[in-house]
Design a binder for this molecule. Structure first.
Ligand code: GDP
Length: 341
């Protein structure tokens, strides 16, 4: 229904007032596996979208993805960078897409001791990655949570992720700008290149450019600068930049923000961010269509039985994968038709 329930209204009003409680509650709804919760969450999101079409947010919002291998200093950087943004008068939300949680139930990003100062700040909201669910599900929830954070007045949202190519791609598909954080160590530090993550990056930040590591950081920064010359930039309007910072000593953080703002200005003045966000919403629509179709297909008993038979035929080489796929889809569509009659 297009009419928001009173529950949705209350929650969205509380969100608009910047209630941290309402924000936490809304994100929990988005993350819930219960269908009534998800329906309520969709209603809330659609209400927020409509409200923002009628009355755009007073502050422009900026979504920044941040990726980097474990140990490069993501949480140290986010703590320093987040505190800097607060000083500049921004409200900062930090979300995370942790690919490890879906595989092992453990977590690389979920550690509670991370970003302690930022977590306690009034104008910051730090949300750990959901600890359960598939990578696709976790990413989709995070994509929706961005909208909720913005509705609650957080104008800068950082989405942190770590090291599995697929999680980086998904985060890049939900943010305005994608930033790669690397360390000063040589060798496997150029790993991001091999995995195609540098290609996604609008900015590469070499962290730990301090003390004994300063020279190494300079060298790594030059390596990236020359490597990037051979890559196609993510946007034709923007050339990927390489910067050095020390999150520990708080140097270069201002330059990093300047570079991000410059990207934001370049993109908004060419009206590219509206376009990018629109295209991203379409990407997420198709992700949802794909996963929902597969879910529904898998939850149908008749189809399940057929799938089991075909799988063994494919396994034995008695049928091609393509033929089997066609047959499964046909059986599923027929089943849907029968159910309608
Ligand atoms: P994450 O796993 O990417 O979140 O990395 P952390 O932020 O936990 O940092 C990993 C280690 O690197 C910690 O021991 C940090 O103190 C250290 N570290 C982080 N940033 C810097 C920096 O700018 N300079 C130096 N020298 N060490 C840093």
């Amino acid at each position: 229904s297009t009419v928001a329930s009173s529950k949705t209204l209350t929650l969205s009003e509380q969100l608009a007032q910047g209630s941290r409680y309402a924000l936490a509650k809304s994100i929990t709804l988005v993350e819930s596996s219960r269908s009534d919760h998800r329906a309520e969450a969709q209603q809330l999101l659609s209400y927020i979208l409509k409200k923002q079409r009628d009355q755009p947010l007073t502050k422009p919002t900026f979504r920044i993805g941040l990726s980097g291998s474990p140990g490069v200093g993501k949480s140290t950087f986010i703590e320093a960078f987040g505190m800097y943004l607060l000083e500049q008068g921004h409200k900062v939300a930090v979300l995370a897409v942790d690919p490890s949680s879906s595989r092992t139930g453990g977590s690389i990003l979920g550690d509670k001791t991370r970003m302690t100062e930022l977590s306690r700040a009034d104008d910051a909201y730090v949300r750990p990655s959901p600890s359960r669910g598939t990578l696709g599900g976790v990413a989709r929830n995070t994509n929706e949570a961005i909208l909720l954070c913005e509705a609650a007045g957080y104008d800068v949202t950082l989405v942190e992720t770590v090291g599995v190519g697929q999680s980086e791609t998904m985060v890049a598909e939900m943010v305005d700008m994608f930033v790669l954080l690397v360390g000063p160590g040589g060798g496997d530090e150029l790993q991001g290149l091999k995995k195609g993550i540098v290609e996604l990056s609008d900015l590469v930040i070499v962290n730990k450019a301090d003390g004994k590591l300063a020279d190494a950081a300079r060298a790594v920064s030059m390596d990236y600068t020359s490597a990037i010359k051979f890559l196609q930039p993510p946007s034709p309007l923007w050339k990927t930049k390489v910067l050095r910072v020390s999150s520990r000593e708080n140097t270069g953080i201002d330059k990093a923000w300047e570079a991000m703002k410059s990207y934001f200005d370049t993109m908004t003045s060419a009206n590219k961010l509206t376009e990018k966000r629109g295209a991203q919403r379409k990407v997420w629509m198709w992700r949802q269509i794909t996963s929902e179709l597969v879910d529904r297909l898998n939850s149908d008993d008749k189809v399940k039985q057929h799938v089991a038979e075909l799988e063994s035929k494919v396994f034995d080489g008695k049928m091609t994968s393509g033929q089997a796929a066609d047959s499964v889809v046909d059986v599923f569509l027929n089943k849907v038709k029968e159910d309608r009659i």
